[in-house]
Design a protein around this ligand. Structure first.
Ligand SMILES: *[C@@H]1O[C@H](CO)[C@@H](O)[C@H](O)[C@H]1NC(C)=O
Length: 302
Protein backbone atom coordinates (compact mmCIF):
# COMPACT_ATOMS: atom_id res chain seq x y z
CA UNK A 1 0.00 0.00 0.00
CA UNK A 2 1.35 3.39 -1.01
CA UNK A 3 0.89 5.93 1.76
CA UNK A 4 1.00 9.72 1.56
CA UNK A 5 1.01 11.64 4.83
CA UNK A 6 2.67 14.90 3.78
CA UNK A 7 0.58 17.99 4.59
CA UNK A 8 1.37 21.65 5.15
CA UNK A 9 3.48 24.06 3.11
CA UNK A 10 5.10 23.08 -0.15
CA UNK A 11 6.97 25.70 -2.19
CA UNK A 12 6.58 25.47 -5.97
CA UNK A 13 10.22 26.31 -6.55
CA UNK A 14 11.61 28.29 -9.48
CA UNK A 15 14.11 26.81 -11.88
CA UNK A 16 17.20 28.99 -11.95
CA UNK A 17 18.37 29.53 -15.52
CA UNK A 18 21.82 30.83 -16.38
CA UNK A 19 22.20 33.74 -18.83
CA UNK A 20 22.69 31.21 -21.65
CA UNK A 21 19.42 29.55 -20.50
CA UNK A 22 21.06 26.39 -19.22
CA UNK A 23 19.77 25.12 -15.86
CA UNK A 24 21.73 26.26 -12.82
CA UNK A 25 21.68 23.55 -10.13
CA UNK A 26 24.44 25.09 -7.98
CA UNK A 27 22.13 27.29 -5.89
CA UNK A 28 19.63 24.50 -5.12
CA UNK A 29 21.09 23.43 -1.74
CA UNK A 30 21.04 27.03 -0.48
CA UNK A 31 17.52 27.55 -1.85
CA UNK A 32 16.22 24.38 -0.14
CA UNK A 33 17.85 25.43 3.11
CA UNK A 34 16.31 28.92 3.05
CA UNK A 35 12.84 27.42 2.58
CA UNK A 36 13.31 24.77 5.28
CA UNK A 37 14.51 27.38 7.77
CA UNK A 38 11.35 29.39 7.10
CA UNK A 39 8.83 26.64 7.81
CA UNK A 40 8.44 25.23 4.30
CA UNK A 41 8.73 21.47 4.66
CA UNK A 42 8.10 20.46 1.08
CA UNK A 43 9.10 21.50 -2.42
CA UNK A 44 7.33 21.01 -5.72
CA UNK A 45 9.69 20.94 -8.66
CA UNK A 46 8.69 21.46 -12.31
CA UNK A 47 5.28 22.97 -11.68
CA UNK A 48 4.25 26.27 -13.27
CA UNK A 49 6.62 28.42 -11.19
CA UNK A 50 9.49 26.11 -12.22
CA UNK A 51 8.63 26.51 -15.90
CA UNK A 52 8.76 22.70 -16.03
CA UNK A 53 6.83 22.77 -19.31
CA UNK A 54 9.63 24.85 -20.86
CA UNK A 55 12.31 22.28 -20.03
CA UNK A 56 13.36 19.18 -21.93
CA UNK A 57 12.93 15.76 -20.34
CA UNK A 58 16.72 15.45 -20.01
CA UNK A 59 16.89 18.77 -18.15
CA UNK A 60 13.99 17.83 -15.91
CA UNK A 61 15.68 14.59 -14.85
CA UNK A 62 18.94 16.34 -14.00
CA UNK A 63 17.13 19.10 -12.12
CA UNK A 64 15.06 16.59 -10.12
CA UNK A 65 18.21 14.69 -9.14
CA UNK A 66 19.85 17.92 -7.92
CA UNK A 67 16.80 18.74 -5.78
CA UNK A 68 16.69 15.20 -4.38
CA UNK A 69 20.28 15.56 -3.29
CA UNK A 70 19.50 18.89 -1.59
CA UNK A 71 16.45 17.64 0.34
CA UNK A 72 18.47 14.75 1.77
CA UNK A 73 20.01 17.41 4.02
CA UNK A 74 16.90 19.52 4.66
CA UNK A 75 14.53 16.53 5.03
CA UNK A 76 11.87 18.24 2.91
CA UNK A 77 9.20 16.30 1.05
CA UNK A 78 9.93 16.32 -2.67
CA UNK A 79 7.00 16.38 -5.08
CA UNK A 80 7.78 16.43 -8.79
CA UNK A 81 5.47 17.49 -11.62
CA UNK A 82 5.92 15.21 -14.65
CA UNK A 83 3.27 16.50 -17.06
CA UNK A 84 3.10 19.14 -19.75
CA UNK A 85 4.93 17.12 -22.44
CA UNK A 86 3.99 14.28 -24.83
CA UNK A 87 2.65 11.19 -23.04
CA UNK A 88 5.71 8.97 -23.74
CA UNK A 89 7.88 11.61 -22.04
CA UNK A 90 5.39 11.97 -19.17
CA UNK A 91 5.59 8.22 -18.54
CA UNK A 92 9.37 8.25 -18.84
CA UNK A 93 9.60 11.11 -16.33
CA UNK A 94 7.24 9.28 -13.94
CA UNK A 95 9.35 6.10 -14.12
CA UNK A 96 12.51 8.12 -13.57
CA UNK A 97 10.95 9.96 -10.60
CA UNK A 98 10.15 6.64 -8.92
CA UNK A 99 13.56 5.19 -9.70
CA UNK A 100 15.46 8.11 -8.17
CA UNK A 101 13.18 8.27 -5.12
CA UNK A 102 10.89 11.30 -5.44
CA UNK A 103 8.39 11.32 -2.54
CA UNK A 104 5.37 12.04 -4.71
CA UNK A 105 4.40 12.77 -8.31
CA UNK A 106 2.10 15.55 -9.53
CA UNK A 107 0.78 15.47 -13.07
CA UNK A 108 -0.96 17.92 -15.39
CA UNK A 109 -3.63 16.66 -17.79
CA UNK A 110 -2.85 16.10 -21.48
CA UNK A 111 -2.63 19.63 -22.86
CA UNK A 112 -3.45 19.10 -26.53
CA UNK A 113 -5.96 16.24 -26.75
CA UNK A 114 -7.52 17.52 -23.58
CA UNK A 115 -9.82 15.33 -21.48
CA UNK A 116 -13.40 16.55 -21.37
CA UNK A 117 -14.80 13.95 -18.98
CA UNK A 118 -13.81 12.49 -15.62
CA UNK A 119 -13.29 9.14 -17.30
CA UNK A 120 -10.89 10.50 -19.92
CA UNK A 121 -8.83 12.21 -17.24
CA UNK A 122 -8.73 9.04 -15.13
CA UNK A 123 -7.64 6.96 -18.14
CA UNK A 124 -4.70 9.27 -18.75
CA UNK A 125 -3.63 9.39 -15.10
CA UNK A 126 -3.95 5.60 -14.84
CA UNK A 127 -1.04 5.28 -17.28
CA UNK A 128 1.02 7.67 -15.15
CA UNK A 129 0.09 5.80 -11.97
CA UNK A 130 1.13 2.49 -13.56
CA UNK A 131 4.47 3.95 -14.68
CA UNK A 132 5.31 4.72 -11.02
CA UNK A 133 3.11 2.31 -9.05
CA UNK A 134 4.93 2.69 -5.73
CA UNK A 135 4.88 6.49 -5.61
CA UNK A 136 1.90 8.61 -4.49
CA UNK A 137 0.29 10.33 -7.50
CA UNK A 138 -1.51 13.68 -7.41
CA UNK A 139 -3.36 15.57 -10.13
CA UNK A 140 -2.59 19.19 -11.00
CA UNK A 141 -5.89 21.07 -11.39
CA UNK A 142 -5.11 24.50 -12.88
CA UNK A 143 -7.92 25.31 -15.33
CA UNK A 144 -6.79 28.86 -16.17
CA UNK A 145 -3.55 27.57 -17.71
CA UNK A 146 -4.30 23.95 -18.66
CA UNK A 147 -7.71 24.77 -20.13
CA UNK A 148 -8.99 21.59 -18.47
CA UNK A 149 -11.78 22.14 -15.98
CA UNK A 150 -13.03 18.78 -14.77
CA UNK A 151 -15.18 18.74 -11.63
CA UNK A 152 -12.76 17.67 -8.87
CA UNK A 153 -15.42 16.34 -6.50
CA UNK A 154 -16.73 13.94 -9.15
CA UNK A 155 -13.19 13.03 -10.20
CA UNK A 156 -12.05 12.22 -6.65
CA UNK A 157 -15.15 10.14 -6.04
CA UNK A 158 -14.14 7.83 -8.90
CA UNK A 159 -10.35 7.87 -9.25
CA UNK A 160 -9.46 5.71 -6.22
CA UNK A 161 -11.05 2.58 -7.64
CA UNK A 162 -8.96 2.82 -10.80
CA UNK A 163 -5.60 4.15 -9.54
CA UNK A 164 -4.56 2.60 -6.20
CA UNK A 165 -1.63 5.00 -5.67
CA UNK A 166 -3.72 8.13 -6.31
CA UNK A 167 -3.51 10.41 -3.26
CA UNK A 168 -4.67 13.95 -3.96
CA UNK A 169 -4.68 17.12 -6.00
CA UNK A 170 -3.09 20.52 -6.29
CA UNK A 171 -6.14 22.76 -6.47
CA UNK A 172 -5.13 25.92 -8.34
CA UNK A 173 -8.43 27.70 -8.73
CA UNK A 174 -10.16 30.54 -6.91
CA UNK A 175 -13.42 28.58 -6.74
CA UNK A 176 -13.21 27.83 -3.04
CA UNK A 177 -16.65 26.26 -2.99
CA UNK A 178 -15.61 23.53 -5.44
CA UNK A 179 -12.28 23.16 -3.62
CA UNK A 180 -14.06 22.50 -0.35
CA UNK A 181 -16.30 19.96 -2.06
CA UNK A 182 -13.13 18.15 -3.24
CA UNK A 183 -11.70 18.26 0.29
CA UNK A 184 -14.83 16.67 1.75
CA UNK A 185 -14.82 13.68 -0.62
CA UNK A 186 -14.93 10.34 1.26
CA UNK A 187 -14.33 12.06 4.59
CA UNK A 188 -11.11 13.86 3.50
CA UNK A 189 -9.61 10.77 1.93
CA UNK A 190 -7.49 12.88 -0.45
CA UNK A 191 -4.89 15.57 0.15
CA UNK A 192 -5.99 18.85 -1.40
CA UNK A 193 -3.22 21.44 -1.71
CA UNK A 194 -4.59 24.93 -2.16
CA UNK A 195 -2.87 26.73 -5.03
CA UNK A 196 -4.33 30.20 -4.46
CA UNK A 197 -2.14 32.65 -2.54
CA UNK A 198 -4.96 35.12 -1.88
CA UNK A 199 -7.36 32.60 -0.32
CA UNK A 200 -5.22 30.94 2.35
CA UNK A 201 -7.08 32.48 5.32
CA UNK A 202 -10.62 31.61 4.16
CA UNK A 203 -9.56 28.16 2.93
CA UNK A 204 -7.72 27.27 6.14
CA UNK A 205 -10.61 28.64 8.20
CA UNK A 206 -12.86 26.20 6.33
CA UNK A 207 -10.62 23.17 6.85
CA UNK A 208 -7.76 23.25 4.35
CA UNK A 209 -4.41 22.39 5.95
CA UNK A 210 -2.07 22.38 2.96
CA UNK A 211 -0.95 24.78 0.30
CA UNK A 212 1.42 25.00 -2.65
CA UNK A 213 1.69 28.72 -3.35
CA UNK A 214 4.31 30.69 -5.27
CA UNK A 215 4.54 33.27 -2.48
CA UNK A 216 6.12 30.57 -0.27
CA UNK A 217 9.30 31.18 -2.29
CA UNK A 218 9.78 34.72 -1.05
CA UNK A 219 7.15 35.47 1.60
CA UNK A 220 6.79 32.17 3.49
CA UNK A 221 6.29 33.98 6.79
CA UNK A 222 2.84 35.17 5.65
CA UNK A 223 1.37 31.71 4.92
CA UNK A 224 2.94 30.29 8.08
CA UNK A 225 1.47 33.15 10.18
CA UNK A 226 -1.99 32.78 8.61
CA UNK A 227 -2.09 29.05 9.39
CA UNK A 228 -0.91 29.69 12.94
CA UNK A 229 -3.58 32.36 13.53
CA UNK A 230 -6.30 30.03 12.21
CA UNK A 231 -5.06 27.26 14.49
CA UNK A 232 -5.35 29.65 17.43
CA UNK A 233 -8.88 30.62 16.36
CA UNK A 234 -7.74 34.15 15.63
CA UNK A 235 -9.66 34.87 12.44
CA UNK A 236 -9.10 38.64 12.69
CA UNK A 237 -5.36 38.19 12.70
CA UNK A 238 -5.48 35.63 9.88
CA UNK A 239 -7.52 37.89 7.60
CA UNK A 240 -5.33 40.90 8.42
CA UNK A 241 -2.21 39.01 7.33
CA UNK A 242 -4.01 37.64 4.28
CA UNK A 243 -5.06 41.15 3.22
CA UNK A 244 -1.46 42.29 3.40
CA UNK A 245 -0.16 39.27 1.46
CA UNK A 246 -2.86 39.79 -1.19
CA UNK A 247 -1.93 43.47 -1.52
CA UNK A 248 1.76 42.57 -1.94
CA UNK A 249 0.93 39.97 -4.61
CA UNK A 250 -1.15 42.59 -6.40
CA UNK A 251 1.79 45.01 -6.44
CA UNK A 252 4.12 42.27 -7.72
CA UNK A 253 1.93 40.81 -10.45
CA UNK A 254 0.59 44.02 -11.95
CA UNK A 255 3.91 44.30 -13.80
CA UNK A 256 3.43 41.32 -16.10
CA UNK A 257 2.90 37.56 -16.25
CA UNK A 258 2.70 35.64 -12.97
CA UNK A 259 5.97 33.69 -13.30
CA UNK A 260 8.41 36.45 -14.39
CA UNK A 261 6.95 38.94 -11.89
CA UNK A 262 7.12 36.40 -9.06
CA UNK A 263 10.67 35.48 -10.06
CA UNK A 264 11.70 39.15 -9.98
CA UNK A 265 10.04 39.48 -6.55
CA UNK A 266 11.86 36.39 -5.24
CA UNK A 267 15.19 37.85 -6.28
CA UNK A 268 14.31 41.10 -4.46
CA UNK A 269 12.80 39.55 -1.33
CA UNK A 270 14.62 36.25 -0.73
CA UNK A 271 18.34 35.54 -0.36
CA UNK A 272 18.31 33.57 -3.64
CA UNK A 273 18.82 35.16 -7.07
CA UNK A 274 16.39 33.01 -9.05
CA UNK A 275 17.26 34.69 -12.35
CA UNK A 276 15.09 35.25 -15.41
CA UNK A 277 12.43 33.28 -17.25
CA UNK A 278 12.86 31.29 -20.44
CA UNK A 279 10.89 31.98 -23.60
CA UNK A 280 7.99 31.98 -24.23
CA UNK A 281 7.64 33.95 -20.99
CA UNK A 282 8.89 37.53 -21.31
CA UNK A 283 11.26 39.02 -18.75
CA UNK A 284 10.38 42.22 -16.95
CA UNK A 285 12.19 45.36 -18.06
CA UNK A 286 14.59 47.03 -15.63
CA UNK A 287 12.06 49.84 -15.21
CA UNK A 288 9.35 47.41 -14.20
CA UNK A 289 11.64 45.84 -11.61
CA UNK A 290 12.51 49.29 -10.25
CA UNK A 291 8.83 50.17 -9.99
CA UNK A 292 8.12 46.89 -8.18
CA UNK A 293 10.93 47.60 -5.76
CA UNK A 294 9.55 51.07 -5.01
CA UNK A 295 6.03 49.76 -4.40
CA UNK A 296 7.29 47.00 -2.11
CA UNK A 297 8.92 49.58 0.17
CA UNK A 298 5.41 50.47 1.32
CA UNK A 299 5.22 47.07 3.06
CA UNK A 300 8.56 47.48 4.87
CA UNK A 301 9.91 44.39 3.15
CA UNK A 302 13.02 46.01 1.66
C1 LIG B 1 15.13 36.66 -20.34
O1 LIG B 1 16.45 36.88 -19.90
C2 LIG B 1 17.29 35.74 -19.99
C3 LIG B 1 18.62 36.04 -19.29
O2 LIG B 1 19.12 37.27 -19.64
C4 LIG B 1 17.43 35.31 -21.43
O3 LIG B 1 18.22 34.16 -21.54
C5 LIG B 1 16.03 35.02 -22.00
O4 LIG B 1 16.10 34.72 -23.37
C6 LIG B 1 15.11 36.21 -21.79
N1 LIG B 1 13.75 35.85 -22.20
C7 LIG B 1 13.14 36.39 -23.23
C8 LIG B 1 11.79 35.89 -23.54
O5 LIG B 1 13.64 37.28 -23.90
Amino acid sequence: MVSFTFRGFCAPVFTIFNKDQSVNTKLIPEYAKYLAQNGVHGVLVHGSSSEGMCMSAVERKASLEAWLKAVKTTKQHLMVQVGGCPLPDVLDLAKHAEKVGADSILCLPELYFKPSTVKELINYLKLVGEAAPNTPLLYYHIPRWSGVNINMEQFLNQVGEVIPNFKGIKYSSNDLDAGLAALRVKNRKYAVFLGANTLIAPAFAMGFDSTIGTSLNMLPQYSVAIAKAIKENNLNEATKIQEELSAIIDVITKNGHWVPTMKAAATLLSPIDVGKTRPPLANLTDDQVTEMKESLKRFSLL
